[in-house]
Design a protein around this ligand. Structure first.
Ligand SMILES: [Zn+2]
Length: 344
C-alpha cells in the first residue's frame, strides 16, 4: 500500500473545509505541539514530543527515536519528504526533495502528483505545505507597516483572553526560554489585523485547492491519504498572534483520511498526531511498536487524554494535558491554561 501524509503548516481547523471525495473527517483532532518542531516530532516518530526529545529549538544530540521512515523502510518502503525540520533524527531514512524551495508549494504538489502517477508500490511520501505559515502566501502583497511584520514574526506571549482587537495589550518579547527581555512591541491596529486575517484566509484557500488536487490523484491510484496540520494560528483571540501557545486555535487541527476499512463521513472520537503516525505504521505493515502511545485512527477512543507540547518554556513542565473527552473543548483549554499560569 502506498501512503501519502500531507501536513499543512499553520492551517487552522476552522479554515480547512475542502470537498474531499470519500474522506473521513475527524471532528476532534489535536496537534502534539503548538508549533512546528514538537508536532513534527510526534507526526514522524509516533511519540509525544518530549519523549522524542524534540521539545526545544536546539536539537538534542542524544535523541535517537525511530522515524516512520525507519519503521517503513524495514517493510520495503521508499520514503520521501518535501520538507521536514532540519533535525537529523527527524529526517533519518527520508529522501528529501532538497532541490525545491521550502515555500514552493506548487512545485512540491506537482512532484507528489508525478510520484503518485509513476506507479510502483511501497512508497511513503510526506508532503509539507507552507502557504498557511507566515508570511501568508495566497494573496497579492499588501503594503503594511514593517513593525507589523516584526510583530507577527516574533509573536507575543499569551496575555489575557479576548483582548479588544483595536488595542492589543502591550507585550514584551519572549525568548524561547520564556524570559521576557523587556522590549515593548508595537501595537497592532484593527485594520492591520483585518489585512492579516484576509491574507491568511486566502493562503488557506490556496492550500485547500492544492490538497484537493493531491487527494484526487492519490484516490485515483488507490493510495492511502492522511491530511492534517502541524498546528493552527491565532489572531489575538487569546491575546496572541501566530502559534506559540496552547490555545484552541493553535492545537485543534484538521484531520482527514482515506484509508481501507474506514467509512467516509464525520467521525467523533479524540484523535492526535501520535495516532496519525501509528496509523501510518499499521498501513505500512510495521504494526504499532510497544511504547508508542498512538492508536490506529480506525479505533480512536471516545475519551482519553492527549498531550500538547509548548516547547517555549512558558509552562512549568512544558506540557499540558488537554482532557479531550467532552463537548466543550474551549472551556477545558482555558482551564488548562489557567493551571499553568497562562491566564488569570
Ligand atoms: Zn508549523
Amino acid at each position: 500500500m502506498n501512503i501519502i501524509l500531507v501536513v499543512m503548516d499553520s492551517v487552522r481547523e476552522d479554515h480547512f473545509r475542502p470537498p474531499l471525495p470519500d474522506a473521513t473527517r475527524f471532528l476532534d483532532a489535536y496537534s502534539a505541539g503548538c508549533w512546528t518542531v514538537p508536532s513534527a516530532a510526534s507526526l514522524l516518530t509516533g511519540m509525544w514530543p518530549q519523549d522524542a526529545r524534540a521539545a526545544g529549538l536546539e536539537q538534542d544530540e542524544a535523541a535517537e527515536p525511530l522515524t516512520l521512515a525507519d519503521y517503513l523502510s524495514r517493510q520495503g518502503y521508499t520514503c520521501e519528504a518535501s520538507w521536514l525540520p532540519s533535525y537529523a533524527h527527524m529526517r533519518r531514512g527520508f529522501g528529501m526533495w532538497a532541490d525545491i524551495e521550502r515555500d514552493d508549494d506548487n512545485a512540491h504538489v506537482m512532484r507528489a502528483i508525478k510520484r503518485i502517477q509513476s506507479g510502483g508500490d511501497h512508497q511513503f511520501i510526506v508532503l509539507w505545505l507552507f502557504a498557511g505559515h507566515w508570511p501568508y502566501q495566497g494573496l497579492a502583497a499588501i503594503d503594511y507597516p514593517s513593525q507589523v511584520r516584526d510583530f507577527v514574526r516574533r509573536g507575543m506571549p499569551p496575555a489575557r483572553p479576548d483582548p479588544p482587537i483595536s488595542r492589543a495589550p502591550r507585550i514584551v518579547e519572549q525568548t524561547t526560554q520564556g524570559e521576557p527581555n523587556g522590549r515593548e512591541q508595537p501595537e497592532i491596529t484593527a485594520e492591520e489585523l483585518r489585512v492579516l486575517k484576509e491574507q491568511y484566509r486566502e493562503a488557506c484557500g490556496a492550500t485547500v485547492d492544492r490538497v484537493s488536487a493531491v487527494w484526487r490523484e492519490a484516490s485515483a491510484h488507490n493510495w492511502a491519504v492522511l491530511v492534517t496540520a502541524d498546528h493552527g494560528e491565532q489572531f489575538l483571540e487569546h491575546g496572541e498572534m501566530g502559534h506559540t501557545a496552547l490555545a484552541p486555535e493553535n492545537i485543534r487541527v484538521p484531520l482527514y483520511a482515506r484509508i481501507p476499512d474506514l467509512a467516509p463521513g464525520m467521525r467523533s472520537g479524540i484523535a492526535s498526531h501520535v495516532d496519525v503516525a501509528a496509523t501510518v505504521m499499521v498501513l505500512g505493515g510495521a504494526g504499532i511498536p510497544a511504547g508508542i502511545p498512538g492508536c490506529d485512527l480506525r479505533e480512536t477512543p471516545a475519551a482519553r487524554d492527549v498531550y500538547v507540547e509548548t516547547g517555549w518554556g512558558l509552562a512549568p513542565d512544558a506540557r499540558v494535558t488537554i482532557a479531550a473527552d467532552s463537548a466543550a473543548p474551549d472551556a477545558r483549554h482555558i482551564e488548562a491554561l489557567k493551571a499553568v499560569g497562562y491566564v488569570d
